[in-house]
Design a protein around this ligand. Structure first.
Ligand code: SIN
Length: 489
């Protein structure tokens, strides 16, 4: 490939053109993909726009006929091939991901396995799209319910999981019998294009999986949300952007699913296993340098256990190694950009000005402007900027609370409702708190809840729809009711 500084075992995985209708499309201009660890150029990718997006929708529309008429078993075989190829090329895919996104290589390879797991899961689940028969109100009729693929699915996906967020959507869509067009984040297009190369090798027919890379977010977004041939739109990203995309979808009444922002509380009750809570908070907060929608955003600690938890948590966070994700032993990489670091630093500074205490980190990193050392703040209140905003960075604000009712009230005092976590060993409390939290996902004595078998999604302004699990296919299907009449003798 031209214009790249990346060496792989299989160099063909590095692509610099959009993938439309089974071919690679070049455009006049290029986008530079840079390594967040050092700002160096990773590769240049053709900059597609509205015309290519329209072409991709057209290709997906004409491929739908063939793809939706294949049997579930035929689709399963091709998806299984894709899964196998992703796992076979896990090292290269992980390397591409680290270079363009920054996360440590082990974590990047973990993301490839996580993304591939959705393809495996839905390759199997696609065979279990069951309908229903319903007793009819009169003897001369029968009621039958069938499920059918909705049509062309358009997706916009984020930079924080350049592989898994595409896999999670595309696997469900393709297994259901839909065709797919994705616009990946311009910071991380290489992972998406490598997935397209493997989809082609897997035998997935032309037009079924299309990737359009371009920096005209508004223009391309308009095509994907307003095109009459797109039946369903799915987005992972911020609540603000999600809200405007939903309104654009209104003009053609598209089915939408949205995986939006979060403000996850991580509650540690007096009766918790503190060491387990520290380990859970570490993974839930600092995974991907704090840049996930399900990352812990606020740690709520009950008064009686505050000293012990805070001391142990600071020691554990000090054990993280910040650096370039390709360096052996690094456990936390750079943030996506210097701008992202500046935004998080601003939340920290404003909260310190309001009385929060900086007990770890907070200073500029000698590694460069794209790095933010893991940071901990105590004496935080729920009203401070660091608690009321989605941080999306490696900062832990610690808030103390008196009792269970107060913990639930603080936890729910946000417009978000994606992930939440709590640690307790009291079975009664476990049920009360799990039921009281207004969140789509609750980790109970567990800090890592994402997997292909579970329904991922949020309540309130964190979105709608569920990804993964047996529920994940429904977002890509229509329920059709058949009424058979005239059955009297
Ligand atoms: C996200 O940040 O949107 C996804 C996180 C996950 O899948 O665990």
């Amino acid at each position: 490939m031209q214009h790249s500084n990346v060496t792989l075992k299989d160099q063909q995985l590095l692509k610099n053109f959009s993938y439309i209708n089974g071919s690679w499309h070049s455009s006049a201009n290029e986008i530079s993909v840079t390594n967040p660890a050092n700002g160096e150029l990773v590769a240049k990718v053709s900059n597609a726009g509205i015309a290519e997006t329209e072409l991709a929708v057209k290709a997906a529309k004409s491929a739908f006929k063939l793809w939706s008429s294949k049997s579930a078993n035929e689709r399963a075989t091709l998806l299984r091939n894709w899964f196998n190829l992703m796992m076979e090329h896990q090292d290269d895919l992980g390397r591409i991901l680290t270079l363009e996104q920054g996360k440590p290589l082990a974590e990047a390879k973990g993301e490839i396995a996580y993304g591939a797991a959705f393809i495996e899961w839905f390759s199997e689940e696609g065979k279990r799209v069951y309908g229903d028969t319903i007793p009819a109100p009169s003897g001369d009729k029968r009621i039958i319910v069938i499920k059918q693929p909705i049509g062309v699915v358009a997706a916009i996906t984020p930079w924080n999981f350049p592989n898994a967020m595409i896999a999670r959507k595309a696997a469900a869509a393709l297994a259901a019998g839909c065709t797919f067009v994705v616009r990946p984040a311009t910071q991380t297009p290489l992972s998406a294009l490598a997935m397209a190369e493997l989809a082609e090798r897997a035998g997935i027919p032309a037009g079924v999986f299309n990737v359009v890379v371009g920096d005209d977010a508004r223009g391309m977004g308009k095509v994907l949300t307003e095109h009459v041939d797109v039946a369903k739109f799915t987005f992972t990203g911020s609540t603000g952007v999600g809200q405007s995309l939903i309104s654009q979808c209104a003009s053609t009444v598209k089915k939408v699913s949205m995986e939006l922002g979060g403000n996850a509380p991580f509650i540690v009750f007096d009766d918790a296993d503190v060491d387990a809570a520290v380990a859970g908070a570490l993974v839930s907060k600092y995974r991907n340098a704090g840049q996930t929608c399900v990352c812990t955003n606020r740690i709520l600690v009950q008064e009686g256990i505050k000293e012990e938890f805070t001391t142990k948590f600071i020691a554990a966070v000090k054990g993280l190694t910040l650096g370039d994700g390709l360096t052996e032993g690094v456990t936390i990489g750079p943030m996506i950009s210097e701008l992202a670091v500046a935004d998080v630093n601003d939340l920290v500074k404003r909260s310190v000005a309001e009385g929060a205490e900086l007990v770890l980190g907070g200073e500029p990193s000698e590694l460069g402007g794209g790095f933010l050392a893991p940071t901990i703040l105590t004496n935080v209140t729920n009203e401070m900027p660091i608690a009321s905003n989605e941080i999306f960075g490696p900062v832990s604000p610690i808030i103390t609370f008196k009792d269970e009712a107060q913990a639930i009230a603080i936890a729910n005092d946000t417009e978000f409702g994606l992930a939440s976590y709590f640690y307790s060993r009291d079975i009664g409390r476990i049920w009360r708190v799990a039921e009281g939290l207004e969140y789509g996902m609750v980790g109970i004595n567990e800090g890592l809840i994402s997997n292909a078998a579970a329904p991922f999604g949020g309540m309130k302004q964190s979105g709608n729809g569920r990804e993964g699990s047996k529920y994940g296919l429904d977002d890509y299907m229509e329920i059709k009711y058949l009424c058979m009449g005239g059955l009297d003798k």
